[in-house]
Design a protein around this ligand. Structure first.
Ligand SMILES: Cc1ncc(COP(=O)(O)O)c(C=O)c1O
Length: 425
């Protein structure tokens, strides 16, 4: 099964171009752009940065680390996460489950979407050996037990109750759509204990959560729920949400989050309970960038070939700003002053705008390229085919991440990743 087919299993897109080669040295982004002069978005994966961030997280966290596949299911990214020591995968769909199982026959796969189709549950259990499922309602528990054969089974499932949290101020709240309230979670834990080989309580403080105390407060709430439920809980899953840097956003170091988690967990005094985490962004954001081309300049408005219906979705309504680097098409200018620009995506929709501001040299012109960093997470995976703009390419590069990435400096002498070109589309 080729890498391209694996990719298509999660996000089927038209193939645009494909190169296959082996080289002693991995290329850099500027070199690739100079030779390809791409007119469609070019996704640049930095395997070394991803492996380093994954390794740093695995070393810092006192439990099992599940990579949240949704935030970038690209096989090159999954391989880099694996190379960093991650052996558990948080999957949200049967397509993700199938992809991970195909790539890593020995991986531990956990189905952590609280609402699943019956067919997906069955296929995950029977075909892919998935044993752990999350839920936040009795109806979902009934569905899971019904599809895998209920209490009559030799192998009992792992059942994880997802607890809703009060808002933590994270960039994206993940408790408005999913999560049981305290009373419901208590009931679900009691019922699930009777069927579960492994019983877990999970929560998610929200994505890009800058406050380590959010995990402490969530852990305290989880502890209260466990005490009131009065049943043994085998795993507390502290979710994802660990933040990364963006321009003018400098999160506390990973250790600050781990310290809060460890202290709060110790206080619960649950010696037979294990910790799990489901990070996405923190492992892969720094290891990905996208090169877009300027198709027109109107004052400080730049019309580019990717946008909110493509891989820059988070720069739309959510207003994320990404680090930028100009790659000039022709001229070589030294010392041009910087100015603030808005980006406009390629579709005809007026909502396809990213106000930024994005800082670039003032002489940026049509034909130039802009590399946008920190897009290894929630970039390529959010692309759509709206207006027909679904073509893009992918290349693995050896450049440094554009902003500081956990573990990268320390891992420089150790990590050696294989080189490969591949098509993302
Ligand atoms: C259940 C679950 N786990 C983990 C994640 C990963 O979150 P993050 O990328 O913020 O670490 C998400 C993100 O949506 C999620 O929904």
């Amino acid at each position: 099964m080729s890498l391209i087919q694996n990719r298509a299993a999660v996000a089927p897109l038209h193939r645009h171009f494909s190169l296959s080669t082996q080289a002693a040295t991995m290329p850099n982004v500027a070199g690739i752009v100079a030779s390809m002069r791409p007119e469609e978005p070019l996704h640049c994966v930095r395997p070394a940065a991803i492996s380093a961030a994954a390794q740093a997280f695995v070393q810092a966290f006192n439990g099992d680390v599940l990579y949240a596949v949704k935030c970038n299911p690209e096989p090159a990214v999954l391989r880099a996460v694996w190379a960093g020591g991650v052996r558990h995968f948080d999957c949200a769909s049967i397509a993700e489950v199938t992809l991970v199982r195909r790539l890593f026959p020995g991986a531990a796969i956990h189905f952590m979407h609280p609402v699943k189709s019956r067919g997906a549950i069955r296929e995950a259990w029977v075909v892919n050996g998935v044993r752990d499922f999350v839920l936040d309602t009795q109806a979902e528990m009934d569905k899971i037990l019904g599809e895998i054969g209920g209490a009559s089974l030799d192998a009992k499932p792992g059942l994880f109750v997802r607890l809703a949290l009060p808002s933590s101020g994270a960039a994206i709240n993940l408790s408005t759509k999913f999560g049981a309230d305290v009373e419901t979670a208590i009931e679900l834990l009691r019922t699930a204990r009777g069927f579960a080989g492994k019983l877990g309580l999970s929560f998610h403080v929200g994505s890009q959560c800058m406050d380590p105390l959010a995990w402490r407060e969530a852990m305290e709430l989880a502890g209260m729920v466990i005490v009131r439920a009065g049943v043994a809980v085998d795993v507390i899953d502290v979710g994802g949400g660990f933040p990364v840097a963006y321009p003018d956003i400098d999160p506390p170091p990973l250790g600050a989050f781990m310290a809060e988690i460890d202290a709060a967990f110790d206080k619960l005094n649950l010696p037979n309970t294990k910790l799990w985490a489901e990070p996405g962004r923190a492992l892969v954001a720094g290891g990905g960038s996208v090169v877009v081309q300027v198709q027109l300049r109107k004052g400080n408005m730049l019309y580019v070939n990717d946008g909110v219906y493509g891989s820059l979705s988070d720069a739309g309504i959510l207003g994320f700003r990404f680090p930028t680097k100009l790659i000039r098409a022709a001229k070589s200018v030294i010392g041009a002053p910087e100015a603030a620009f808005s980006l406009f995506g390629p579709t005809c929709d007026s909502a396809d705008v990213m106000h930024g501001p994005f800082m670039l040299p003032d002489d940026v012109a049509e034909g130039d390229w802009i590399e946008l960093g920190q897009l290894g997470a929630y970039g390529a995976c959010l692309r759509t085919s709206f207006n027909g703009f679904d073509r893009a390419a992918l290349v693995e590069v050896s450049d440094r991440p554009m902003l500081e990435t956990a573990g990268y400096e320390a891992a420089q002498d150790v990590t050696e990743m294989p080189f490969a070109f591949a098509s993302a589309a």
